[in-house]
Write a protein that binds this ligand. Structure first.
Ligand SMILES: [Zn+2]
Length: 335
């Protein structure tokens, strides 16, 4: 007869704990009960300790066990768009391919797209991801609930500018901000706490993503009030720096501008952050901004951020994939 609370022992594995001492057990075992890990240690010690308790052993000799990977830059809504924007520059990618696609999505489309994306993420060892911002957070949240992943979800706002799809251009800045707050109240900490909702601004400039200059500081205030995290794409291409210099009264690029308006702070996750100078790297470090580096997207279209300099300056750098149409793959680990 099966025990009421069966204990599962994963035995004989190489276990990379990533605990505070970076312990690695070459012949290790993990004990699981009620979907929780209750003990980790050397196989011999674990088996001695649990020998009198009903348990099932799975032999994992030759296998490596490590904590789930965290992908810090994902666009779940873009999963169905894999391959629609190959071999084009970023502005063509956005204006002619991705915006028309994303602006025609329904909540159900987003749910299906997120399900597919999540399956691919799980397959590559990911247990948690940060969504960079789509249009239907409720659809994403429903999918995450089913997938069992942890996720930080964000809506992407674009509140003005020429060339925006009609359904986005029709929304006022007020509506965009209210929508994000409403989504926070509706979905934050749901799915047993697995879902967090962040506030998202697609990027700092018009032309790239159409954000009015006043909206960013209001977002900082909203995030402070809600104690939420912020997400933004920052300087993916040199043209963004050029636009910022031309339109925002600073003699350097986006990071200099964001520092000036006090947008850089330790609750901000910045994606890409490719085109930054030494002084701007110091600004990011001083403010505690976290950077998501997406090597595949960098190789494909954007160029590489000064990652070595960022790490030397103390910036927390993590890895992401970006969305499927940015690299046609969703694995941050093994290909
Ligand atoms: Zn992105």
């Amino acid at each position: 007869m099966e025990a009421t609370n069966p204990i599962l022992i994963l035995n004989n594995a190489i276990i990379v704990t990533m605990d505070s001492h970076n312990c690695v057990f070459v012949d290790g075992a993990i004990v699981i009960q009620h979907n929780s890990i209750i003990a980790i240690g050397k196989s011999i010690d674990i088996l001695t300790q649990f020998t009198s308790i009903s348990h099932r052993i799975v032999d994992l000799r030759g296998q490596i066990l490590l904590p789930g990977l965290i992908n810090t830059h994902v666009h779940t809504s873009q999963q169905l768009a894999r391959g629609i924007a190959d071999d084009v520059d970023l502005l063509t990618w956005l204006h002619d391919r991705i915006w028309p696609y994303e602006s025609n999505m329904t909540e159900e489309d987003s749910f299906i797209s997120t399900l597919l994306c999540g399956i691919e993420l799980i397959h590559s060892g990911v247990t948690c991801f940060a969504e960079a911002g789509g249009q239907h957070v409720s659809g994403m949240a429903s999918a995450v609930e089913v997938l069992g992943l942890r996720a930080c979800l964000a809506e992407s706002i674009m509140d003005y500018g020429e060339g925006l799809p009609a359904s986005w251009a029709a929304r006022t800045t007020e509506e965009c901000i209210k929508s994000q707050k409403d989504l926070f109240m509706k979905h934050h900490n749901t799915a047993d706490g697995r879902i967090k909702v962040w506030l998202g601004i697609s990027s700092a400039t018009s032309e790239i993503s159409e954000i009015s200059p006043t909206v960013t500081s209001r977002f900082v205030n909203s995030a402070d009030v809600l104690m939420s995290q912020l997400f933004q794409h920052i300087v993916e291409i040199p043209y963004e720096n050029q636009l910022i210099v031309e339109t925002r009264g600073v003699d350097n690029g986006t990071v200099t501008y964001l520092e000036k308006i006090k947008f850089l702070q330790n609750n901000l996750l910045a994606a890409h952050t490719v085109w930054v100078n030494e002084k701007e790297v110091d600004c990011l470090a001083k403010a505690g901004v976290k950077v998501s580096h997406c090597p595949a997207a960098a190789m494909r279209m954007l160029g590489f951020a000064p990652i070595k300099e960022m790490l030397s300056a103390g910036v927390c750098v993590s890895l992401g994939t970006d969305g499927a149409p940015s690299n046609n793959r969703m694995s941050i680990g093994i290909y």
